[in-house]
Design a protein around this ligand. Structure first.
Ligand code: G3I
Length: 378
């Protein structure tokens, strides 16, 4: 990497002074170039934008995102329930702001998501009388939803998470309403519909725990089948909601290799590293799971101990070493948020904890893990 960190820090520090930026968090942020620049020859580095950041126009956070990242995903504002709430008209306010921000900053814009079992109003799966909807009518609703959404942002959104989380951890189909009513074919249909509307968009199947062998094998088989059948699938999203203790990077590497072998690009779509005590055996991103709050399950309210901070930095380092080794297979690495204050992991699977899974702290300052990732590129 030709960029010298020291000269960048010096030049940007001068810029900060010239701009008269007093807020120390913002000033610190402009003291550096973005991590995206350090990785520009390897893959894009992205983040997720929350609805509140967009709607409240959180200037400090948006400035940091623009500086650090070159890809964005909407954390919630493009989900079915958010865009087309039950019995209400389409609400494009936040989604439009999201796309505008990405375009203004020349970013790779990801749409999240078209078809998911979660965050979709229950009435989608009912007929007008409140009874069971037919397969044909649910197919029409899906078609209508995808067509409205993809055509609105045609040519602006580069990649879509077309189907989210259709596979169980044990390597079987998730018995979601989509699956139960339309059968497993709902996945291929969603990809065809999206491709018919925007044939240039990059279409992704997105899931968590893709490192686990049973799930990995099932998804890879599905992709190979789709490729044979001419289903327009171009990428697989490995969400990568990881823990500080696992899974091992060998499993991440195995998934990257298997996906490339199946002929699709890997997208790291939702990376974060949970540092809090685990309340289950396997990490999961299944949003319906909840546990009781107890103080011993929330040990870092006053800050992360030095040794845990160091462990987190090392964990990020080992994960990125694998990504770098396989950079030719990876389209982008997107973190699921920018600063620890906004992470979903403060409220999952227990509400109201203090977690530290991202690269920037609660004051928007870069953490040791961030610098460790820059060091990998020096
Ligand atoms: O919008 C309401 C708000 O009006 C209300 O005051 C507040 C009270 O709790 O809830 C708000 O909605 C929350 C929403 O996030 C926005 O903050 C929902 O309760 C909460 O369930 C929702 O959680 C999101 C979750 O997906 C479910 O949609 C998380 O922010 C988001 O990070 C998470 O992201 C998912 C990916 O889309 C798919 N992969 C797994 C990943 C993590 O679960």
């Amino acid at each position: 990497m030709s960029i010298s960190r020291r000269s960048l820090i010096k030049n940007s520090a001068i810029a900060a002074v010239l701009l008269g930026i007093k807020n120390s968090a913002i000033a610190k942020a402009v003291e550096r170039t973005g991590i995206k620049d350090f990785y520009k020859d390897d893959f894009r580095i992205g983040t997720a934008l929350s609805t509140s950041t967009l709607m409240k126009n959180n200037e400090a956070l948006l400035a940091l995102v623009a500086r650090e990242f070159n890809a964005i995903t909407p954390e919630n504002c493009m989900k079915w329930e958010a865009l087309k709430p039950k019995d209400k008209e389409w609400d494009w306010t936040a989604a439009d702001k999201f796309v505008e921000f990405g375009q203004k900053n020349n970013m790779y814009i990801v749409g999240h998501n078209l078809v998911w079992h979660s965050q979709v109003p229950e009435d989608v799966f009912k007929n007008e009388k409140g009874g069971a909807i037919s397969k044909e009518n649910l197919t029409l609703k899906m078609q209508n939803h995808i067509t409205n959404l993809v055509s609105r942002y045609k040519g602006k959104i580069h990649a879509w998470d077309v189907v989210n989380e259709a596979v169980e951890d044990d390597g079987s189909w998730r018995k979601s309403p989509w699956h139960n009513i339309m059968g497993e074919n709902f996945i291929a249909q969603a990809f065809h519909i999206a491709n018919d509307v925007d044939s240039k968009a990059h279409l992704i199947y997105n899931d968590y725990n893709t490192e686990s062998p049973a799930k990995r094998n099932f998804i890879v088989d599905m992709v190979k089948r789709f490729k044979k059948q001419g289903v327009p699938i171009h990428g697989v999203g490995m969400q990568e909601h990881l823990s500080i203790d696992g899974p091992g990077v060998a499993e991440i590497e195995a998934t990257l290799i298997a996906l490339a072998g199946a002929g699709v690009r890997a997208h790291i779509t939702e990376l974060d590293v949970d540092v809090l005590p685990s309340v289950w055996n396997l990490p999961t991103a299944e949003v319906s799971t909840r546990f009781e709050y107890t103080p011993e399950r929330d040990p870092y309210i006053k800050g992360l101990p030095k040794n845990t901070e160091e462990k987190l930095a090392k964990r990020y380092e080992e994960i990125f070493k694998v990504y770098l080794k396989h950079h030719d297979k990876i389209e982008r690495v997107t973190l699921w948020g920018t600063a620890d204050s906004e992470t979903w992991l403060n409220d999952f699977p227990i509400r109201g904890r203090t977690n530290y899974p991202l690269l920037f702290d609660r004051k928007l300052a870069p953490k040791p893990a961030y610098f460790r990732l820059l060091d990998l590129k020096k």
